[in-house]
Design a protein around this ligand. Structure first.
Ligand SMILES: Cc1cc2nc3c(=O)[nH]c(=O)nc-3n(C[C@H](O)[C@H](O)[C@H](O)COP(=O)(O)O)c2cc1C
Length: 397
């Protein structure tokens, strides 16, 4: 643990606690309509480039009992149709906007996506350490390999790194970053296959002994990396719950085989949620959003996922139109719609059927008043014995 004293006001250290209670993440809105390829939703949501939108939403998330918010990120959009409808365009930079959420809250975890291959581990270590200090010790890193051809071209890479090797780059980047974080003012000498570092990095160093590491993507290579080095696996909850259950069990077995406690790796299953004051109202909201999906943009999104992700290829198959019909809403994750009690009941069912211990909520409408309705779900989960208010478990990860 760092000996650094956290300045008052930065937030409170988020401890790690291994238990079976559910944790909830909120996929942070980083574009006008991040989770639906819909102009209607983009126009209806708050202004993604206004600081005030993020402050209000951050305070809402913390108040209702969300454990962490999750900033996805990337450098190119999914296509002209996606840009036209405000899906993923413009897209705010995760490490730049995360501090807005950190400054507006005290306990909620803030996870930022940062790509391994695109940035030097020296830059990543420095950004990460500063984000952890800025938040008082509640930052997490979604370390992603960068799988898009359009991003490779934008960065000017001329070499191609194959799927499994991308995870080797991710793993070595994380090792290098952890070595830089561990320097504590002394020189380090890190010699890897892809990167080498000699010298003394400047402080500050992270507040958390080891900031939470997230990984999205549960291909064989992805799972193997998660089991050895990560803390959270992030993947879609789909209607095929047997498959989700297999992924959860496989991750636990691999984590144990890697000499770790299976509870060392938590799952965050992405899931769309629409809450209404009645069943009928929730179904109407969902139907209106479904009708507004732009299919050309949905195909653009599906093409991107199916092109770079083995996880998505296995889940949605290779028929682009069939995949796009699902992926256009909540990136193909299951969407639950109902009252707080009804949604809680379905979450409990999924939890019991799969042993998944965490969910990443995808909002189809991210107006703070709409997101506040998610707060209706938690008391029902508490009564079912699967959720404890974050304050009662020390706001632990
Ligand atoms: C649910 C989910 C969310 C993802 N979020 C991001 C992201 O924000 N930025 C990014 O560059 N890649 C993202 N990815 C892509 C993954 O990091 C990874 O490159 C891709 O899934 C390929 O790995 P896989 O074959 O193990 O799935 C995401 C993937 C999934 C499944």
């Amino acid at each position: 643990m760092s000996t650094l004293t956290i300045p008052a006001g930065n937030g409170t250290l988020k401890p790690r606690r291994r238990d079976r209670q559910l944790r909830f993440g909120l996929m942070w809105p980083n574009s006008p309509s991040p989770n639906v390829t819909s102009r209607r939703q983009a126009d209806h949501n708050p202004d993604v480039l206004a600081v005030a939108s993020h402050v209000r939403l951050a305070q809402t998330a913390e108040r209702i009992g969300v454990d962490f918010v999750f900033f996805a990120d990337g450098y190119t959009h999914h296509g002209a149709d996606n840009a036209r409808v405000g899906h993923g365009e413009p897209c705010i930079s995760a490490p730049v906007w995360a501090p807005v959420v950190m400054a507006a809250t005290e306990h909620v975890g803030v996870v930022t996506t940062m790509h391994a291959r695109y940035h030097s581990p020296v830059v990543l270590a420095r950004l990460g350490a500063n984000l952890d200090v800025l938040s008082g010790g509640r930052w997490g890193w979604n370390i992603v390999p960068g799988a898009k051809g359009s991003e490779e071209a934008l960065f000017g890479f001329t070499d191609t790194v194959e799927h499994d090797e991308r995870y080797a780059v991710v793993e070595e980047t994380l090792d290098a970053v952890r070595a830089l974080w561990g320097a504590g003012g002394e020189p380090i000498d890190f010699e890897g296959r892809y990167t080498r570092h000699r010298g003394t990095p400047r402080g500050p160093y992270p507040v958390q002994a080891s900031p939470m590491i997230f990984n999205a993507g549960v291909s064989e290579a992805g799972k193997s990396f998660i089991a050895r080095k990560a803390d959270y696996a992030f993947f879609a909850v789909t209607d095929d719950l047997a498959r989700v259950k297999d992924t959860v069990a496989d991750l636990a077995a691999r984590t144990e085989a890697a000499g770790r406690d299976p509870l060392d790796v938590s799952g965050a299953g992405s899931i769309g949620i629409v809450i209404g004051s009645s069943s009928a109202e929730a179904q109407e909201k969902r139907a209106a959003i479904e009708e507004s999906v732009d299919m050309d943009a949905a195909r653009g999104w599906a093409r991107g996922f199916l092109g770079g992700s083995q996880t998505y290829q296995q889940t949605f198959g290779s028929d682009l139109d069939a995949a796009a019909r699902k992926i256009g809403i909540a990136a193909g994750s299951t969407v639950l719609a109902g009252t707080g009690a009804e949604v809680a009941e379905q979450l409990v069912e999924i939890h019991r059927a799969t042993e998944l211990r965490g969910f990443m909520i995808l909002t189809l409408d991210w107006n703070p008043d709409e997101v506040a309705l998610l707060g209706d779900v938690f008391p029902h989960l508490e009564r079912a014995g699967v959720w404890t208010p974050p304050a009662e478990r020390g706001w632990s990860w």
